[in-house]
Write a protein that binds this ligand. Structure first.
Ligand SMILES: [Zn+2]
Length: 395
């Protein structure tokens, strides 16, 4: 844990949660772990069927990690269905918003509801999916039981179908958009093809399952993602972009921090890069990058400041009110002190492709083990990237 530079009072924190705040959920998890350790029963879950071999039928599915995690959430009752939200008192009624016929459980949303069964029946023309008979049972752990009974190929196809079905359900309920059946069929078929091609090419699935598929999202959504780029701040604001190259090698624990501050026209106010030695964690370096960015802003910027990072977890921690209690609390305190010295600060989480320049600077720092700050200009190796970001946004 990083200790702050200034003398602050001690504070109590619950270190089983990242936020440092006690929750019943983490206490429950801890109790289960202690119980399992004492009985020598180290299963993956405390659920009746949740033995390690049962879960293997989920973790061995031939689908991207995000789809496996989706399936895992379904089995653990972690989807934001009406029933789950109603149980947590976030909804007054638990009725399905799409058909209005019955309570929206996971089984209803993914199997029973009109949109789900229509898509499934259409997909059966192309894919070998389980029979309707086998999908009927919606008792607890229906999906885990089903996956155990299917072979890997059929399980993977079912997982992809359910994942798409949930996307369609969200489009209907959140955006009131109707996805056509043809659209979903094309999406699933080309997604499967891309997966097949990916399997033959050395594609790295790490990076939070964010690997871009040739045809992922299909149509408009993919176009929107490709066009994502840096956007200049509004008048009266400066924008600070920070990023890290935190892929530490465990022996050197070396990382890099990059900062670029630009005005509303995209003109560079300053660029900075710094090499970090002996970093404890990627999170610590992300927090350090924010501190660096704001520190420089307090010296060189008179306007209000938007700070952008692609570390959404950190942005959430910065937006959280109250006394921080996580293991980064002293660094977060420091950031708040810096914010008080600026006329206004907003934090924004952005996608990695909107943070290219800061990322390049961080890589530069790590590669050259060099630290520097330049006023009103950028190193020539990233000049073109800076210009590109401006051109793109003025299109
Ligand atoms: Zn329904």
């Amino acid at each position: 844990m990083k200790i702050g530079n200034t003398n602050g009072p001690d504070r109590l924190a619950w270190h089983y949660e990242k936020t440092g705040i006690f929750t019943v959920r983490s206490a429950y998890r801890l109790a289960v772990r202690i119980k399992e350790a004492s009985t020598g029963l180290m299963t993956c879950s405390s659920r009746p069927m949740g033995g390690r071999s049962a879960w293997n039928s989920v973790w061995h599915l031939d689908v991207p990690p995000k789809v496996r995690i989706f399936i895992w959430r379904v089995i653990n009752g972690g989807l934001a269905t009406k029933v789950n939200k109603w149980k947590r008192k976030l909804e007054v009624v638990n009725l399905c918003e799409v058909c209005g016929r019955e309570a929206e459980t996971e089984h209803h949303a993914l199997i029973v509801c009109n949109h789900a069964s229509t898509l499934r029946k259409a997909m059966k023309k192309f894919w070998k999916l389980p029979t309707e008979e086998r999908l009927r049972d919606g008792d607890t752990e229906w999906l885990l039981r089903l996956l155990i009974s299917l072979d890997k190929e059929q399980g993977s196809l079912l997982a992809l179908l359910l994942w798409r079905t949930w996307q369609v359900r969200n489009e209907i309920t959140h955006h009131e958009k109707v996805c056509t059946i043809e659209g979903s069929i094309n999406f699933l078929k080309s997604y499967m093809e891309s997966l097949y091609i990916a399997k033959q090419l050395p594609i790295d699935w790490s990076g939070n399952g964010k690997q871009k598929m040739a045809s992922e999202g299909g149509g408009r959504r993919t176009d929107a993602r490709h066009k994502l780029t840096w956007i200049p701040p509004s008048s009266g604001w400066a924008k600070v972009n920070v990023d890290v190259d935190g892929a530490f090698s465990s022996d050197t624990r070396r990382g890099g921090v990059g900062v670029i501050i630009r005005d509303k026209r995209g003109a560079v106010i300053l660029t900075a890069w710094r090499v970090i030695f002996q970093a404890a964690s990627a999170e610590e370096v992300e927090t350090l990058a924010c501190t660096e960015g704001l520190n420089m802003a307090t010296e060189w910027v008179r306007d209000r400041v938007v700070l952008e990072s692609d570390c959404s977890e950190l942005v959430r921690a910065l937006e959280r009110k109250g006394t921080p209690r996580s293991n980064l609390c002293f660094q977060l305190d420091e950031i708040r002190r810096l914010c008080n010295r600026l006329p206004g600060v907003e934090f924004r989480a952005i996608r990695r492709e909107q943070n290219c320049v800061a990322h390049e600077l961080a890589q530069l720092a790590k590669r050259t083990t060099h630290t520097a700050m330049w006023r009103a200009r950028s190193p020539c190796c990233i000049e073109q990237l800076v210009a590109q970001e401006c051109n793109l946004c003025s299109e």
